[in-house]
Ligand binder design. Structure first.
Ligand code: GRF
Length: 193
């Protein structure tokens, strides 16, 4: 559970967002930013999501993974700790966070499938190839595993005839964007009751 932060307003929680890709989930969080403050956007590589944060005048840090994973994990902990967040949100972040990171911070992740089905980096493709009729999105706490932490919220999304990985993923992202904003708002409010 998120500890009571020392922020000024009771509902003004301090959030760091982790990204790796196009950043449409980040954009939804930027556009809806009430009840939480986005302190920084951190990525493992320069990507469109970093550009979106820059346009929104949000501090950004890129921590490239260059071979030594232990060094990268330590740099991620140091970088994020520098912003003193109450909550870290993985929004399209495509790296596995080390044990020190997930024990140091309260981390939540959004995954484009109904966990525990279809964990991993190709969830939409795997669901489509399996032939499910209903898939969806999951927001969960991040633990030391891959997409294995306690589930916080889920939304179902139908698979339509003729769907490709792209069309299905975009339909899932519509729900993901709404769900991650709702969870962060409820999460921060709970942390101060
Ligand atoms: C989201 O579907 C997220 O669940 C998955 O990658 C996608 C990120 O989309 N890990 P974007 O980079 O926020 O547009």
């Amino acid at each position: 559970m998120v500890g009571v932060s020392n922020s000024i307003s009771p509902t003004h929680n301090r959030v760091v967002i982790l990204v790796s890709g196009t950043g449409t989930l980040l954009q939804a969080l930027i556009d809806a930013a009430q009840g939480y403050e986005i302190l920084a956007v951190v990525s493992d590589k320069y990507c469109k999501a970093i550009q979106r944060a820059t346009v929104a005048n949000i501090p950004t840090v890129v921590v490239p993974l260059e071979g030594d994973r232990d060094a990268w994990n330590a740099q991620m902990v140091e970088t994020v700790a520098g912003f003193d967040p109450d909550l870290v949100v993985s929004a399209g972040f495509m790296r596995i966070l080390g044990p020190e990171f997930v024990h140091r911070f309260t981390v939540i992740n959004t995954h484009p499938a109904l966990l525990p089905s279809f964990p991993g980096a190709h969830a939409v493709r795997d669901a489509l190839n399996y032939g499910v009729k209903i898939t969806g999105t999951t927001v969960h706490r991040v633990d030391e595993g891959v997409d294995t932490g306690p589930i916080i919220a889920q939304r179902a999304v139908p698979v339509e005839p003729g769907d490709t990985e792209e069309t299905l993923h975009e339909r899932i992202k519509i729900e993901e964007r709404q769900l991650i904003v709702e969870v962060i708002k409820s999460f921060t409010l709970e942390s101060h009751e």
